[in-house]
Design a binder for this molecule. Structure first.
Ligand code: CP3
Length: 345
């Protein structure tokens, strides 16, 4: 039995068709997800219930036969492990309480993996039920992205693309922000190590808020913490491939690929095909169909899938969206994409 195609692509192989999975593939666009979700008292309890999380992880694989499963959890479990209150307001998204001091969080960072042992149990349950040709992905939020939620919690600017409040703090209170990033590097490395030990075969680092930064800030908030996180994760003994997803980094994605010792780079919706090719000359890539085109469907969807295949299919590439799937995407559109790339009959 050869390795899962997803892992072969991450190691740099060009395959006959790209392996495929979708960010947020477990979620509200699936009726079976909505039914399961209704059984949980709240979203965090759902994430920390291994049986329910394993079931949510497996639902999209049963329905579509994706090449990889991503563990059902959330990047905001880490602030909770560091002593910050996190909850989800229905229809509004995440809310966080006041951020504990960096000193207090630093004391909790080494225990972050143990604290989130429930996610490890979800991973083990999923691995038992997955067939060998399917890969299992673990993940964490990147330090800066998680920090934006932690720093912004009280200000309710969450959801705003430029992360105005957190970025202002990065300039105005650099000591506090850099100390927070250091704590997040340690906590995230421990969390990734726990996930790899529990059965994750690849790990993705979600930097959802890399957009709109001047390059000096990108160096400080994205490149440096990612380098530190990869180094620390390797130092802890993790050997599985690491995928970095610096969403919205535009032309800086090339620097990211060249400078961060990551195994593959996730590209976002706005990444031009030509830039993607240049990144692909450095590292295997993943991405980047527009989630809104997936929602729209029709002939335009087929055309863009063909364009992506034409542009990126000649090198190591994992087919994915440029950001998470939206809650109102018709299931038939997902099937249309899978048929078009030859991943489904
Ligand atoms: O991809 C998957 O299928 C695995 C599960 C997963 C979730 N969140 C489940 C989820 C993953 C990988 C994430 C990552 C995540 N979480 C990110 C990074 C990726 C991105 O989208 O940029 C971020 C920024 C978060 C934080 C977060 N979680 C927000 C802002 C929200 C609210 C917005 C929304 O879609 O409701 C969530 C909630 C969340 N995380 C849901 C799911 C399925 C929806 C909540 C629900 O079902 O009630």
């Amino acid at each position: 039995m050869s390795d899962p195609v997803f892992l072969r692509a991450l190691r740099g192989e060009t395959l006959e068709r790209p392996p495929v999975w979708f960010m947020r593939q477990a979620g509200r666009y699936l009726p079976e997800y909505r039914a399961l979700r209704a059984e949980a008292p709240d979203f965090i309890a759902f994430c920390l219930n291994p049986e329910m999380a394993a079931e949510a992880t497996l639902q999209p694989l049963r329905r579509f036969g994706f090449d990889a499963a991503i563990i059902f959890a959330d990047i905001l479990l880490i602030p909770q492990a560091l002593g910050q209150e996190v909850w989800f307001e229905a229809g509004e998204g995440p809310r966080l309480g006041a951020m504990p001091s960096p000193g207090h969080m630093a004391e909790l960072a080494a225990g972050a993996g143990d604290h989130l042992g429930a996610v490890g149990r979800s991973l083990s349950l999923v691995r038992e039920q997955l067939t060998p040709e399917k890969a299992l992905i673990g993940f964490c939020g990147a330090p800066w992205t998680v920090a934006t939620y932690m720093l912004d919690g009280e200000h309710r600017t969450i959801g705003k693309g430029e992360r105005a409040q957190a970025r202002t703090y990065a300039y105005a209170d650099p000591k506090r922000v850099d100390a927070t990033l250091d704590v997040l590097v340690e906590a995230s490395a421990r969390y990734l190590k726990m996930q790899a030990d529990a059965g994750a075969q690849a790990l993705q680092i979600f930097e959802s808020w890399a957009e709109g930064m001047p390059d000096d800030l990108f160096e400080r908030l994205v490149l440096a913490p990612h380098k530190a996180l990869v180094a620390r994760t390797r130092e802890l003994g993790v050997t599985v491939p690491l995928i970095g997803f610096p969403r919205g980094s535009a032309a800086l994605a090339e620097r990211y690929a060249a400078e961060v010792p990551i195994d593959a780079v996730g590209l976002d919706t706005a990444c031009p095909l030509e830039v993607g090719k240049r990144v692909q000359a450095i590292k295997p890539i993943q991405g980047a169909l527009d989630p809104l085109l997936l929602r729209a469907g029709g002939a335009a969807l087929d055309r863009r899938v063909d364009q992506l295949m034409e542009a990126w299919g000649q090198g190591p590439w994992v087919f994915n969206l440029g950001h998470g799937i939206l809650p109102d995407v018709p299931i038939s559109h997902v099937e249309q994409v899978l048929r078009r790339i030859g991943a489904q009959d």
